[in-house]
Design a protein around this ligand. Sequence first.
Ligand code: CAA
Length: 258
Amino acid sequence: MADPVVLLERPAEAVVLLRINRPEARNALNLEVRKLIARHMTEMGEDDAVRCIVLTGNDKSFAAGADIKEMAEAGTIEMLQRGIHRLWRAIAACPKPVIAAVNGYALGGGCELAMTCDIIVAGESAQFGQPEVKLGIIPGGGGTQRLTRAIGKFKAMKYILTGELFGAREAFETGLVSEVVPDAEVEKRAVELAKQIAELPPLAVQLAKEAVLAGMDAPLTSALALEAKSLQILFSSQDQKEGMKAFIEKRKPKFSGR
Ligand code: CAA
């Protein structure tokens, strides 16, 4: 039997690592990979034992984009019926933080996949890009929008219109990635961050993620109102009482997730 194209690992308590596993195709995202990622994200979103998710590939490639061989002959209706944009929504909709650990190529749909996550840790030789234009198409998984929001119109236009790749340093300097670390430390660092987040009160983490994402789509006044309401809601949580009490009593808090 062939290896599963997405592997599930448990590097730490409350942390799940999802590994895209198609090394022979540079982790190109075929429908099977997309569906499995979406399914795991949905399931982990509902699992109280999971507090943070790491999504990664291998040392050569995070994901080299959509599987070109799978879509080369497709027609409009077939592309519509595949509905791949709906699958990526499962990541953005996941209430738990998702960290992309990127080594090697994050191209096309692979770059879009990383941008759908909440934090991106990149290895120093990682390569990002939206090369779709070279294939006669355009980014279709959020690239024209998320890249523009992350790095600004003029840099995004340069990369989207030329298809030129760019390295981890440039990605960091332009605001696309959260951290750059030596290649060999990408996964370790991503898991470290995930563990750090997993120890925090999950309701506060969830509402912080929600406020950032929903706020990015809203006018500032609405986004600030959402933030204020989210803060107020947290004052009904046991973890807020515990967190503040522990601070005052100079002890480590014990968060229950309630
Ligand atoms: N789809 C399908 N197969 C792919 C692939 C992809 N996106 N990327 C790599 N592969 C396959 C290659 O065809 C090759 O297979 P064979 O051994 O059977 O020939 C194998 O993976 C290894 O690839 P290379 O020999 O090319 O490896 P390399 O290390 O020399 O180069 C690379 C790596 C720079 C990533 C290069 O493979 C490449 O440019 N890939 C395509 C990148 C791309 O254009 N991505 C955008 C796709 S479109 C998209 O993503 C839009 C969307 O969501 C709708």
